[in-house]
Design a binder for this molecule. Structure first.
Ligand SMILES: *[C@@H]1O[C@H](CO)[C@@H](O)[C@H](O)[C@H]1NC(C)=O
Ligand SMILES: *[C@@H]1O[C@H](CO)[C@@H](O)[C@H](O)[C@H]1NC(C)=O
Ligand SMILES: *[C@@H]1O[C@H](CO)[C@@H](O)[C@H](O)[C@H]1NC(C)=O
Ligand SMILES: *[C@@H]1O[C@H](CO)[C@@H](O)[C@H](O)[C@H]1NC(C)=O
Ligand SMILES: *[C@@H]1O[C@H](CO)[C@@H](O)[C@H](O)[C@H]1NC(C)=O
Ligand SMILES: *[C@@H]1O[C@H](CO)[C@@H](O)[C@H](O)[C@H]1NC(C)=O
Ligand SMILES: *[C@@H]1O[C@H](CO)[C@@H](O)[C@H](O)[C@H]1NC(C)=O
Ligand SMILES: *[C@@H]1O[C@H](CO)[C@@H](O)[C@H](O)[C@H]1NC(C)=O
Ligand SMILES: *[C@@H]1O[C@H](CO)[C@@H](O)[C@H](O)[C@H]1NC(C)=O
Ligand SMILES: *[C@@H]1O[C@H](CO)[C@@H](O)[C@H](O)[C@H]1NC(C)=O
Length: 689
């Protein structure tokens, strides 16, 4: 990138001798001094320059012209006529209402046009005439232009070369067969954030469409889905109650990603019979499984199928058999299944084994009550399993099925009601790296228990955490832990141990000593912490000792190389200067809100302020001598005085009274005994006026 200076008096000679090279550089990289644009090779960057028209005087040869964030209201017919090589024109976020119908007459190579965030709804007709002349246009962005579907059909007529089209953030309500009928080459279409509630047959002509984004609209259902060539379909954040693919098609659907997040699905989607679906996003719906209702003899009056009638005549009616869970379609290629935030009570029989290459199963916030890993036959490819925030009271598994989960690295069981687990759960998972068991009623097994032979997967109220060489992150918040057994984590190279919210926790001298060489983060918030010797934990970088009623900092902290320290909600009145100075050289981040700081002992604040980020600074308060509360940031030394403020304050109080008395006495003396002084003074004043 070059910016040239306008005059160069001393290097003239050099310039002359290098003239051919210089002029080459000039034409390629430089531009007249007054131009608001930056030129790099064939690109002119003129964004954010308060322009109201296309700047003249750019090199004729430019190929990319960027005019974003200016004030251009109209692109005149001849404003691009010099730039015959133009390939990309970007004029987003201006005040553009229309473009001249002959604007592109000399731009035969234009391939990419970005007119996003303008006011094209005003002059769309004339704009459409200009677009008609762009026979090579591949990329068009018309997002955020307040366009309705009628304006869009005018703008898009005969745009047969388009491959990418962005119509997001417009005012589209409904689409039909005619909407995109000319866009035979279209590969990607972004329609997110409109108000679409109907899309009847509108994509039928788009035989090359691979990516379709319909997120944030008002679609009530997607039935008779038959776009076999589509690779990514994003219909998240609509009001979809049904997704039903055309299950009669024997063709393989190319669909790889289907996003139906945040809709109103009650049923697992009725997917294509043959597909390559890898990512299925179904979180934030109301999906449940109904296998237990499939027995039509028990419920003879239940409807067994749902039909969708096409009101516009001859299109086939769609029928879905409801309670038959064998009709989920082809999920054999699934890699990610996200069902979090639904109402799943159980997995239908054989459901999970239909997904032999699943790596991520996200089930947080559902209604699972029992998880029997032996029964479910989770695949060996599984890498992440999140069943947090369900109603699990039991987790069962035998040794064989646990050993099979050789790739499982992330396991989240938190926020359930687990009371028993296979004690050897973690020791049997050979790749386990992060486990969250927080907010359950299970503890850490002592040395004696659960340690039995290799076959020991008996249910237990504790889990063995020793000798798990792959485990790095362990979260045991809110598990009602009491005394941690000694050597509880021996042989497990944890870097991250979270024990917060266990108010009865007692950490014996040898319970976590084994971690001194690996531990980076230790969470001891709300654990009734009193005295703890942190000095062995040389590698600790992050420590949370919030909510512990501490009146002073543990001295051993000062020997650590901490970067982050959470001291919130304790009973500190100050951080002594000696400690603050040491901490300030090491800490990056500190939390201090919720202590009972003394406003007169805030030296720590001035020390920290220089080098440490105090995350909750604006919330931290202190009390002055009269127990009034102030924000630390607003405290000035006069409230009670800092060390230097204090002396000044008292000096003033001590000396101002006698001084005032003396002055008063002097005045009285003078007025009484030198009466002529007054008229003189008055005379002088009036004279000056
Ligand atoms: C679009 O193309 C068709 C066929 O080439 C042509 O008949 C029609 O006039 C064109 N429409 C416009 C608005 O130019
Ligand atoms: C379409 O435009 C919107 C808004 O201008 C933008 O957020 C979105 O990323 C664009 N879509 C694609 C696929 O580039
Ligand atoms: C679907 O679109 C929404 C909104 O743009 C986006 O947040 C989400 O990541 C998209 N989903 C996928 C799978 O890309
Ligand atoms: C419906 O009928 C129209 C004309 O009657 C025909 O053009 C169209 O192909 C039919 N659609 C289907 C899905 O059969
Ligand atoms: C769809 O169902 C309606 C009502 O039962 C029926 O009249 C119509 O013929 C059906 N259409 C097709 C194509 O089967
Ligand atoms: C878990 O499933 C296995 C296999 O079906 C079964 O043998 C075992 O009894 C189940 N365990 C429990 C506690 O239900
Ligand atoms: C486990 O993961 C590794 C790397 O992610 C992969 O190469 C391997 O194939 C996986 N094993 C199984 C059984 O899926
Ligand atoms: C486990 O899940 C809970 C609740 O869904 C979440 O808050 C927590 O951050 C997760 N734990 C990890 C380690 O990601
Ligand atoms: C598991 O339980 C059975 C029966 O309750 C018992 O015989 C066996 O010793 C236990 N195994 C271990 C490793 O504790
Ligand atoms: C420290 O632990 C408490 C729980 O006791 C938690 O609320 C807080 O967010 C933690 N602090 C940080 C910085 O994560």
């Amino acid at each position: 990138m070059f910016r040239c200076s306008s005059t160069a008096s001393s290097p003239t000679l050099l310039c002359l001798t290098l003239w051919p090279l210089w002029s080459l550089l000039m034409s390629a990289f430089c531009h007249p001094h007054h131009s608001p644009c930056i030129l790099t090779q064939k690109t002119a960057l003129c964004s954010n320059s308060e322009l109201s028209s296309v700047p003249g005087g750019l090199p004729d040869s430019i190929e990319d012209l960027h005019l974003n964030h200016n004030h251009i209201q109209m692109l005149q017919d001849d404003s691009l006529s010099r730039y015959v090589s133009l390939r990309t024109l970007s004029c987003a976020d201006n005040l553009l209402e229309t473009v001249g119908s002959k604007l592109f007459h000399n731009s035969p190579h234009l391939e990419s046009l970005n007119l996003a965030a303008n006011n094209l709804h005003v002059g769309y007709q004339q704009t459409s005439l200009a677009l008609l002349t762009l026979s090579r246009l591949r990329v068009l962005d018309l997002s955020k232009n307040r366009l309705t579907e009628d304006m869009v059909s005018v703008l898009l007529q005969n745009m047969t070369s388009l491959e990418y089209l962005n119509l997001s953030r417009n005012l589209l309500l409904r689409l039909d067969e005619s909407s995109f009928s000319d866009l035979h080459q279209l590969r990607e279409l972004d329609l997110q954030r409109n108000m679409l509630f109907e899309i009847d047959g509108s994509f039928d002509h788009l035989h090359k469409l691979q990516r379709l984004n319909l997120a944030f609209n008002y679609l009530p259902c997607l039935v008779h889905f038959h776009m076999t060539q589509l690779v990514v379909l994003n219909a998240s954040h609509n009001a979809i109650e049904w997704f039903i693919a055309n299950q009669d098609l024997q063709e393989v659907f190319q669909l790889e990603t289907l996003d139906l997040t945040d809709n109103n699905l009650l049923f697992f989607p009725f997917l294509p019979t043959h597909s390559r679906l890898r990512n299925l996003h179904l979180s934030q719906n109301r999906v449940s499984f109904y296998e237990h209702l499939a027995d039509t003899f028990a419920y003879p009056n239940w409807k067994t199928s749902v039909q969708f009638y096409n009101l516009r005549g001859n299109m086939s009616n769609v029928t879905a058999k409801l309670w038959d869970e064998s009709l989920h379609g082809d999920i054999s290629s699934l890699d990610l299944l996200d069902l979090s935030g639904n109402q799943v009570h159980y997995f239908p029989q054989g459901f999970i084994s239909k997904m032999p290459s699943l790596t991520r199963l996200r089930m947080w916030t559902n209604c699972l009550e029992v998880l029997n890993l032996t029964l479910e036959k989770l695949p060996g490819t599984l890498y992440e399993l999140d069943v947090s925030n369900n109603r699990l009271t039991e987790l069962h598994a035998d040794q064989v099925s646990l050993r099979k989960l050789g790739n499982l690295s992330f396991l989240n069981l938190s926020q359930n009601d687990l009371q028993t687990l296979p004690a050897q759960l973690l020791s049997s998972l050979t790749s386990i790296s992060s486990v969250d068991i927080s907010y359950n009623r299970v503890g850490v097994c002592p040395l004696e228990a659960g340690g039995g032979g290799m076959g020991g997967v008996n249910q237990s109220d504790c889990v063995v955490c020793r000798n798990i060489i792959s485990l790095r992150y362990l979260y045991l918040s809110g598990c009602n832990l009491g005394r941690l057994p000694s050597s509880a984590f021996v042989g497990t190279p944890l870097t991250h141990l979270e024990l917060s919210n266990n108010p009865e926790l007692i950490i014996g001298p040898r319970s976590i000593a084994g971690l001194s060489r690996t531990l980076h983060h230790l969470g001891l918030g709300n654990t009734g912490l009193r005295h703890f010797d942190f000095s062995p934990f040389h590698h600790l970088k992050s420590l949370n000792i919030s909510r512990n009623s501490l009146t002073q900092l543990p001295a051993s902290l000062l020997r650590l190389e901490l970067k982050l320290l959470d001291l919130r909600d304790n009973k500190l009145t100050t951080v002594p200067s000696a400690q603050a100075n040491v901490l300030a050289t090491k800490l990056h981040t500190v939390f201090l809100n919720g202590n009972t700081f003394n406003c007169c002992q805030l030296d720590w604040y001035r020390t920290f302020e220089k080098t440490v980020t105090i995350m909750d600074l604006s919330d931290i308060s202190c009390q002055d001598l009269t127990k009034r509360t102030h924000r630390v940031v607003l405290v000035d030394s006069l409230i009670c005085g800092g060390s230097e403020g204090e002396s000044v304050y008292w000096y003033i109080l001590l000396f101002i009274v006698p001084v005032l008395c003396l002055v008063g006495m002097a005045v009285i003396f003078l007025l009484t005994f030198r009466p002529r002084l007054l008229p003189t003074a008055l005379r002088t004043n009036s004279y000056l006026q």
